[in-house]
Ligand binder design. Structure first.
Ligand code: ZN
Length: 113
């Protein structure tokens, strides 16, 4: 799955692949705007991908990258669950695993560590 996503995003010619490690690929668009994704672990029947962006990348490019990424997932028989970054009132980012567990437990809140 990871490898085919790397290739498919490269075919778009919108995003130019600038580097790729074992589980992580990085692209650029326009004036050195960086977008990328990595695969983070694999549980039974479940793949986790994290999309990441350079600080200067605005919402339209982020949306475009995410949309392309998800359009490739949509070709497969998959269910996509999105987890946005969550911050507490003190601006601490909650651990993604905590957010995932809380959402799947149906909770509408989490405590900050
Ligand atoms: Zn906090």
């Amino acid at each position: 799955m990871y490898a085919s996503l790397v290739v498919l995003l490269g075919y778009t010619h919108t995003f130019t692949r600038t580097s790729q490690w074992k589980n992580q690929a990085r692209y650029e668009v326009g004036n050195r705007l960086v977008c990328g994704f990595r695969q983070e672990g694999e549980r039974e029947g479940e793949l986790q991908f994290v999309l990441h962006y350079g600080r200067t990348v605005g919402a339209p490019i982020r949306t475009l990258f995410q949309g392309l990424f998800e359009s490739f997932l949509a070709r497969r028989n998959l269910t996509v669950q999105r987890y946005e970054p969550v911050f507490c009132s003190q601006d601490h980012q909650l651990n993604r695993a905590v957010v995932r567990d809380r959402v799947s437990a149906g909770a509408a809140f989490a405590f900050c560590a």
